[in-house]
Design a protein around this ligand. Structure first.
Ligand code: COA
Length: 425
């Protein structure tokens, strides 16, 4: 059996993180992703945050698996010819340039649609149409503009960004879904369409529960927020809620054995209503099962801080894994705070292909995150990222069927790089 997206050809104009996340997913599902890079430099992340001199950074390698790389100066007339041939050949153009860049390259929607009416043009931008549409945007800008930062952190502290790249990788994920939907619709219409995913919109979508709470505020305090129990009045916007659960079952992060020296000796503990009695037994407070002051979720809401403090007395006597083991036995939902070191070493994640070791010709072996979306009949294999321009000749010859004379002309025009692969090797 082949791959889910076998036969889909992607002209990949993406760079940095948001766009590459999207095209990497499409490549994992079997699409042929041809990444166009500027001769000489390529995707700027190749050289960013380098841990080994003159070797593609992990930033780049971990976002560009299973792709082919062609170096092409799209502003060179010969380069434009190659680009036009690629436009005719491919099904989807994916880009995350700053606003206006694609148009300046001459790739307006009208032009692309004329060259290939079936072409889907998928874009990540920082903002959708409106006052900020011309702005350049990076991850943390999106987290701030999309409502995540204002609702993350502790009430007493400043807004916080999160380590999960919800602005970049989150938007790339949204865009991939938009592309697959547009490909599906093209089966009936025969025509391509534009797919736009703004990073602000992607973050807001992921912060949906906070817009829910904004509207609930109009009808009274948010009783599941611990500030309610602490008697702190609410303002007119959703506050930062520390480690409060975003759902209807109260939760908090609690210390476990070793917290004094291990910054990750903590566990997320959820006092889910259906297992309240099991929690009381486990922590040695059986009286709370029948005490009217604790028996119902409503009665507990104003006392959550004290309740979690009592549970923490129990969790501090055990490691996070012991807490997890004991809680799982009686169906109490808890989550150990796992460090990146622990995740990298976790055998079950290796077994499922979520954490994968990859070999790279200039870097050697490194770890990456494989496809988190598992299809039973289209299993993703993680193949190393391409060296800069590694597939330039192969694409001109085998994909675009250019003859040797034509390739020589393109080469002598300076439109393609050529030596990068050798330099890298
Ligand atoms: N050949 C010739 N020129 C090329 C080229 C190629 N193969 N590939 C790119 N370029 C040129 C572009 O034409 C552009 O030139 P121009 O401004 O003279 O028209 C230039 O390279 C750089 O494009 P730009 O996208 O503006 O890069 P940047 O480094 O200035 O900005 C971002 C980076 C991420 C801020 C910006 O691309 C952006 O806001 N993207 C949308 C939001 C986004 O995805 N952000 C998250 C990134 S993880």
């Amino acid at each position: 059996m082949g791959k889910a997206l076998d036969g889909v050809k992607i002209l990949d104009f993406t760079h940095v993180q948001s766009g590459p996340t999207c095209t990497q997913l499409l490549a994992w599902f079997g699409a042929d992703v041809i990444k166009i890079e500027k001769p000489g430099t390529g995707d700027i992340t190749r050289g960013q945050l380098r841990d080994i001199p003159d070797v593609d950074s992990l930033y780049f390698t971990m976002l560009n698996h299973n792709k082919r790389s062609i170096t092409l100066d799209t502003k060179n007339p010969k380069g434009k010819e190659v680009l036009d041939a690629l436009l005719k050949h491919c099904d989807v153009l994916v880009e995350n340039f700053a606003p206006g860049v694609l148009d300046r390259m001459g790739l307006t929607w009208e032009y692309i649609h004329k060259v290939n009416p079936r072409m889907i043009v998928a874009s990540v931008k920082g903002f959708g149409p409106g006052p900020y549409e011309d702005c350049k945007v990076y991850e943390n800008v999106a987290q701030c503009a999309g409502g995540s930062a204002s609702t993350t952190g502790f009430r007493e502290g400043p807004p916080l960004v999160t380590g999960a790249q919800i602005g970049d990788s989150g938007t790339g994920l949204h865009l991939a879904l938009g592309i697959v939907a547009a490909l599906y619709q093209r089966n009936t219409t025969g025509k391509g369409q534009k797919v736009l995913c703004a990073m602000q919109d992607g973050v807001l979508n992921l912060a949906r529960v906070k817009l829910r709470d904004q509207q609930r505020l109009a009808h009274g305090p948010l009783t599941e927020y611990s500030q309610y129990g602490e008697g702190v009045p609410f303002g007119d916007a959703v506050p930062r809620a520390g480690n409060d659960s975003g759902g209807g079952q109260p939760g908090w992060i609690l210390k476990c054995k070793g917290w004094e020296t291990d910054p990750n000796a903590y566990i997320y503990f959820i006092t889910q209503a259906p297992v309240w009695e099991a929690i009381c037994d486990l922590i040695g407070e059986p009286g709370w099962k029948t005490d009217p002051g604790y028996k119902t979720p409503k009665a507990r809401l104003p006392k959550l801080k004290a309740i979690f403090a009592r549970i923490e007395q129990w969790t501090m006597t055990k490691t996070k894994f012991e807490v997890m083991q004991e809680c799982n036995k009686v169906d109490i939902p808890v989550g150990p705070i796992l460090s990146m070191k622990e995740l990298a070493e976790e055998p079950s994640l290796r077994a499922t292909g979520t954490v994968v070791e990859v070999d790279h010709p200039t870097r050697g072996k490194y770890l990456t995150v494989g496809n988190p979306i598992k299809l039973s009949d289209s299993v993703s294999e993680v193949k190393r990222s391409p060296l800069l321009g590694e597939h330039t000749e192969e694409i001109l010859r085998d994909v675009l069927k250019f003859g040797e004379k034509q390739i020589a002309e393109i080469r002598s025009s300076g439109a393609i790089g050529g030596t990068e692969k050798m330099a890298a090797e």
